[in-house]
Design a protein around this ligand. Structure first.
Ligand code: BGC
Length: 694
């Protein structure tokens, strides 16, 4: 049971006194890939961790990166954090956290390595799908509820990656050069807000460097700021393999070293640290401090002593989790364009024919992305979602139209993909060329097939975008263009069938400028969990009105993002944050840079109107009325921004609320305005570009 920190400390100290140096050393480093050593004689269990954030990851063998492969680690697959962010719904973020916590507890894990908390500094980062938003306020508001949800199950959330892990390129060594004020007030503040409001029991230090020192051994970051100024008393774990120097990391206030190799006794915090203590080079008191943090964590989670009997019981794969997943997924689908095409309502499409085109209609995403991969109990694809909703009464056919690679089952006659790859091993470059040509020809063939059939149907739905070969740990995108020759297909498709409903799935902005103006109906859906396909289908057929809003700017090109154009990112080993505070929409708004869709944007099947807006309590509350003027029950996100002025020269989100209203309904609202820097000028609207001043 979480007691006062003083009580916990006293109890932890009592246990600490009984531990030998060897036992303490065992507790502060990985003894398996996701577990430390316990101390059996004192009833201290090992500490067991698991990834996060889209669900609880499948089990690996204790000492090998080989999945155990049993049938007991299928789990609920949650919408990714970017999808959660596009709900703009604190309650749904909390429910997602609660599922994650309950399933982690049900699977016997103590620490779930989630949520990913880094801001989307550029649209290129391969792990952006694991992060919430480019906006610090939206991120911390949603992450706070998420963490509370996780920890309600006696499982620790672990905020990651502390700090500045904004790119995957050279992530293990890249050094971040940043103005200290920007570091503190923008990037660290997001973590601090969640620490203050949700008390996350653990935090993961990042791989990259900051001011020339690895984050995982930075005294400045972990010792001075996190432990010192913020007084953080939780558990600090290194990212896997982020510790390089025994003494530096020991002194930097990291509690536990985890890594990716199997030489557990040679980890820096294993024999090397023990030797340093025995030789007097490192004070044993440093080890004690780490063990104390681990014992406090265990007490908080009811892992030791009599409290064990009070630890929450939990299940995984419950029906309730699936239902919640569906509701989160429903809340996150973003309608970007609708020129009278959507929804395709049931009575109208009955006995009609729909052609669904695009690999992403028929693809699942849960099993990719790096450490965020999940062994999902199931994942409803868009094709399955549509068929399961209307398949009996509407004829639905599928054609790939484009492909990421040649699928063995789709091999064109006379071509054997395996044979090509064998040929490749003989003469590499010639083989590669041939394979490239084959792929291009194959893409042309399936594109033409889709284009020739598209006129035979009453409706055409295209589902494309990205996948986890692109949105993945360890890799960044080079630009935001659509891969696999999708532009060619969509352009031609829209020419023949201007009524095509275009759906994009991915982890961030894609460049749609080549065909955007010709497109009449456009939906964006982030990797949306096991029920994603159902949620998308429900939006298309109008079972629900869409209510997602973008939690990031959809730039026209990557170069329009300040992180790319002003700062550096990419191959360089030293990155300059020259953009300062001007992340995301702050930069595009300041310089009037055109975007495909602005931060906060999202349409629905109804119209809303704001009225009677007024600030109360010295600007701490915004009061007003919201009216649903349409004929459909729907949801709107009221967003409050502080406008740029002399004291803060960029616009920033300072309040929001998601409000559901029945058709014709009107409601008074009061929304807190969170603006630490005092009174400013505020404006209200449904996205950052369409605002009215109050
Ligand atoms: C990732 C972490 C993850 C860890 C354990 C690292 O490569 O950066 O986010 O939690 O592996 O799988």
């Amino acid at each position: 049971m979480e007691g006062s920190i003083q009580t916990l400390k006293l109890r932890a100290e009592e246990i600490l006194e009984q531990l030998t140096l060897d036992e303490k050393i065992g507790m502060i480093h990985g003894n398996e890939l996701f577990r430390t050593k316990g101390v059996e004689r004192l009833g201290i269990p090992p500490l067991t961790m698991s990834d996060g954030p889209c669900g609880v990851r499948a089990d690996f063998k204790e000492r090998e990166w080989i999945p155990v492969g049993n049938t007991d680690d299928y789990v609920t697959y949650l919408p990714c954090n970017s999808a959660i962010a596009s709900t703009w719904d604190r309650n749904l973020a909390g429910r997602a956290g609660s599922i994650l916590g309950e399933e982690a507890r049900g699977r016997g894990k103590d620490v779930i390595l989630a949520p990913g908390m880094n801001l989307k500094r550029t649209p290129l980062c391969g792990r952006n799908f694991e992060y919430f938003s480019e906006d610090p306020f939206l991120t911390s508001q949603l992450a706070t509820e998420h963490v509370k949800g996780v920890q309600s199950w006696d499982v620790a959330a672990c905020l990651k990656h502390f700090a500045l892990n904004h790119q995957e390129t050279a992530r293990l060594e890249v050094d971040e050069e940043i103005d200290e004020e920007v570091l503190r007030d923008l990037y660290l503040q997001v973590f601090k807000d969640v620490i203050d409001d949700a008390n996350p029991y653990s935090i993961m230090s990042a791989y990259n460097k900051i001011y020339g020192e690895y984050c995982s051994q930075s005294k400045f970051l972990l010792g001075d700021i996190l432990r010192g100024e913020w007084g953080y008393d939780g558990f600090v774990v290194s990212d896997w393999g982020a510790v390089h120097d025994t003494v530096k990391a020991a002194e930097a206030d990291i509690d536990c070293e985890m890594s990716v190799t199997y030489d557990f006794d040679d980890y820096k915090f294993a024999n090397p640290l023990k030797e340093k203590v025995l030789s007097g080079e490192v004070d044993e008191a440093l080890i004690d401090k780490k063990v104390l943090h681990i014992l406090i964590l265990m007490l908080r989670l009811n892992m030791i002593g009599e409290d064990r009997l009070e630890r929450k019981d939990a299940s995984y794969n419950t029906m309730a989790a699936r239902q919640n997943c569906l509701e989160i997924a429903r809340g996150s689908v973003v309608l970007l364009k609708n020129d009278g095409i959507l929804p395709l309502i049931r009575p109208v499409i009955k006995e009609k024919k729909i052609l669904v085109i695009g690999e992403n209609a028929n693809r699942i995403h849960s099993n990719g992305g790096g450490s965020a991969e999940i062994k999902a109990l199931y994942e409803i694809s868009p094709l399955m979602g549509l068929k399961s909703r209307i398949g009996g009464s509407t004829k639905i056919d599928y054609l790939p139209g484009y492909c990421s690679k040649i699928d063995a089952d789709m091999t064109p006659e006379g071509t054997n993909w395996q044979a090509i790859s064998l040929e490749n091993s003989g003469g590499k470059s010639a083989g590669e060329e041939k394979a490239k040509k084959e792929l291009s020809e194959y893409r042309k063939k399936i594109r033409e097939e889709a284009l020739s059939k598209c006129m035979d149907y009453d409706y055409v739905i295209f589902v494309g975008g990205l996948n986890h070969e692109i949105d993945t740990e360890g890799l960044d995108r080079k630009d935001i263009s659509l891969p696999y020759e999708q532009d060619e297909l969509i352009e031609a498709l829209l020419e023949k069938r201007p009524d095509t409903i275009v759906c994009m799935i991915g982890g961030g902005a894609v460049d749609m400028t080549k065909w955007l103006s010709n497109c009449k109906a456009l939906i964006y859906m982030y990797y949306n969990g096991m029920e994603g396909g159902n949620a998308l289908a429900e939006v298309i057929i109008g079972d629900i009105a869409p209510s997602g809003h973008l939690a990031e700017t959809f730039y026209c090109s990557a170069k329009d993002s300040s992180g790319v154009s002003l700062g550096d990112c990419g191959d360089e080993k030293l990155v300059h944050y020259r953009e300062g505070f001007d992340i995301g929409y702050r930069y595009t708004c300041k310089h009037n840079i055109p975007v495909q869709f602005p931060f906060g944007y999202g349409l629905t099947y109804s119209e809303f109107e704001l009225s009677d807006l007024q600030l109360k309590l010295n600007g701490r509350i915004l009061k007003g009325k919201l009216e649903n003027k349409g004929e459909v029950d729907a949801t709107q996100v009221v967003q409050i921004y502080r406008l740029a002025d002399e004291t803060k020269d960029y616009i920033s989100l300072v309040g929001f609320e998601k409000i559901y209203l029945r058709a014709g309904g009107i409601m008074d609202f009061e929304i807190p305005v969170k603006d630490k820097s005092g009174m400013g000028k505020y404006a209200v609207g449904f996205d950052v570009l369409h605002l009215q001043e109050v």
